[in-house]
Design a protein. Structure first.
Length: 229
């Protein structure tokens, strides 16, 4: 009897593990449309030639929806103020995922607007929590390299790394569902700077062109949205 009970417990445990694996499986066997909101600054704002990473996702996931809430020049406290009404207000779709990609405008506004890493992290955390509260998965994107930009300096470089470390830690803490590392993806050689191939047509050290957006879009697809339709 004891042996039989042990077998039954073992089979039950295996079934539970298998069920959990299936529930988390976003692979080809469980493909489904997704409805995604992308919150960000000019790197996301289509009016500022940003957000082309969403075009790649739209092409890969033709039955899905990717809405762009980028607004050029915004700091994350400004994104936070419009976050709930803008993404979850009346008439909005039931978003399955929210991408949050911001922070660089804050980092070079440390003196003019008092934007410290702690304040940046507080506002990002508030958006992550609001999205989760409304049933959406959160995809956090680290601050991209901006070392060639005119407002960059050693202090702001250190603050960028601090914020990015914090963003990575949010995955382990359960505050976000995925972290996509724009900082690592878009640099080569000097980790603080965009790869030269990504600089045109802007060439300002902060905004990246079509090749950079394609790389970011590929990473988002591979890490988060490979099961989309």
């Amino acid at each position: 009897m004891r042996a039989r009970a042990l077998v039954l417990r073992t089979l039950t445990a295996v079934a539970l593990v298998a069920g959990a694996a299936r529930a988390d499986d976003d692979g080809p066997g469980r493909r489904a449309p997704v409805v995604v909101a992308a919150m960000g600054d000019s790197l996301t704002d289509a009016r500022a030639s940003g957000g082309k990473f969403l075009d790649l996702l739209r092409a890969r996931c033709p039955k899905s929806r990717f809405d762009n809430y980028g607004k050029g020049g915004e700091m994350v406290n400004q994104m936070r103020h419009r976050f709930v009404d803008g993404i979850f207000g009346p008439g909005k779709p039931a978003y399955t995922h929210v991408i949050v990609f911001g922070g660089v405008n804050d980092l070079y506004s440390d003196l003019t607007a008092g934007r410290t890493p702690a304040r940046i992290e507080r506002d990002l955390a508030a958006m992550y929590a609001e999205a989760h509260r409304r049933g959406a998965k959160v995809v956090a994107v680290t601050v991209a390299p901006w070392g060639g930009f005119r407002h960059f300096n050693a202090s702001r470089s250190a603050a960028t790394r601090e914020v990015n470390r914090w963003i990575f830690a949010q995955r382990e803490a359960g505050a976000v569902d995925a972290v996509v590392d724009a900082y690592g993806l878009l640099s080569c050689g000097d980790p603080t700077k965009l790869c030269p191939a990504f600089l045109p047509p802007f060439n300002d050290g902060l905004h990246f062109g079509a090749e950079g957006h394609a790389r970011l879009g590929e990473a988002l697809f591979a890490q988060v949205f490979s099961g989309c339709e």
